[in-house]
Design a protein around this ligand. Structure first.
Ligand code: KG4
Ligand code: ZN
Length: 324
């Protein structure tokens, strides 16, 4: 089945084409309009989606060398996300589905982050996914396809949000996660010991205390000193975040006895997290998967693969589908 997928839940407009030969294109138009605000401005995001969605879809078809006449279903992110942004993708997808008389498939964004791992791999069920993005931090027990149970989640900030907010304190551009990752590679993770919250309390996470702790730490320092030690600070913050994520993932494995684990979401691109998770997986003798970087952060390829899995199960949507 040839599927055209559209993702517009936050600040990336993305379109992808999936055929029986796999992902043929995955175009991602990132919005630069938010840069000067240090975060995503929802109204600007939906307007930017409207401006770029047509050309993004055209580019995805062109790069895949598939014509719109050969597309057999449209998959689109149904939520969660920014309402105005979601609506742009959903309305576009509905219009196309109606005009081409082909089925529509609404896809859950968080599920799609998990199934991004199925683009290049074939993980076995049951599995545990550590889904870490800008808006969510979840440990998900996936018993079989689309049978998800959230067994742990953040009580306040998401892991990506922690990277972004702490990066902002350090003067890094938004989103700060990838910048912190790069600087951390040159730094000492043991330079300063930042707190790891809720370590002995079940499978839930908390990152707001870490953010406050970094704020107080930086308030006592001169700007020049901070600039001189940026790599070490980024490495120490990344250490605190990655350690707590992997320790909780290990706990989830022990609790469920599951032998397959996935890293998913934008933060799963983080090199320290990948390294620590791999070490833990080797020690625990479990199979670890993570997707290539362009499938970790928001993208339509993950919507396409999830759409395909839903189509195989006969799960299509009507044109009165609404954002979730
Ligand atoms: O999944 P995603 O693209 O969007 C949401 O659904 O939220 O995740 C975005 C988050 C941002 O917070 C960004 O800073 C973070 O993922 N991120 C990273 C890295 N790449 C993206 N965080 C740490 N290290 C990275 N390499
Ligand atoms: Zn996402």
């Amino acid at each position: 089945m040839n599927i055209l997928a559209i993702e517009s839940s936050c600040d990336d407009t993305s379109a992808a084409v999936l055929t029986d030969q796999g992902i043929q294109s995955n175009i991602i138009a990132s919005q630069s309009v938010h840069l000067k605000f240090g975060g995503v401005v929802p109204e600007l995001a939906s307007r930017a989606h409207q401006k770029t969605i047509t050309q993004t879809v055209e580019q995805a078809l062109e790069e895949a060398d598939v014509s719109i006449e050969d597309i057999e279903a449209i998959a689109v992110t149904q939520g969660p996300g920014l309402l105005g942004s979601l609506l742009v993708g959903i309305c576009f997808a509905k219009g196309l589905a109606l005009s081409r008389n082909i089925p529509l498939i609404g896809v859950n964004h968080m599920a799609a982050h998990i199934y991004a791992n199925f683009i290049d791999h074939e993980p076995d069920f049951p599995l545990i996914s550590l889904t870490v993005s800008g808006g969510h931090t979840q440990l998900v027990h996936v018993k079989s396809a689309f049978k998800h149970e959230i067994i742990g989640e953040t009580r306040d900030d998401a892991a990506g949000e922690a990277f972004d907010k702490i990066g902002k304190l350090l003067g890094l551009p938004y989103p700060a996660g990838p910048h912190m990752d790069k600087l951390a590679k040159e730094g000492d993770p043991n330079f300063h010991k930042f707190p790891q919250a809720l370590l002995h309390k079940g499978l839930d996470f908390s990152f707001s205390g870490l953010k406050t702790s970094v704020l107080y730490y930086l308030q006592e320092k001169e700007d020049e000193w901070i600039q001189d030690h940026l790599n070490d600070i980024c490495a120490s913050v990344s250490f605190a975040i990655a350690e707590v994520l992997v320790k909780k993932l290990k706990k989830a494995i022990q609790k469920t006895g599951v032998k397959t684990v996935l890293l998913a979401g934008g933060v799963s691109a983080n090199s320290m997290l990948r390294e620590k998770a791999q070490q833990m997986a080797n020690e625990m003798d479990v199979q670890l998967y993570y997707a290539k970087i362009s499938y970790c952060t928001d993208n339509a390829a993950m919507i396409a693969i999830t759409g395909k899995m839903k189509a195989e199960r006969g799960q299509f949507d009507d044109l009165d589908m609404v954002p979730l």
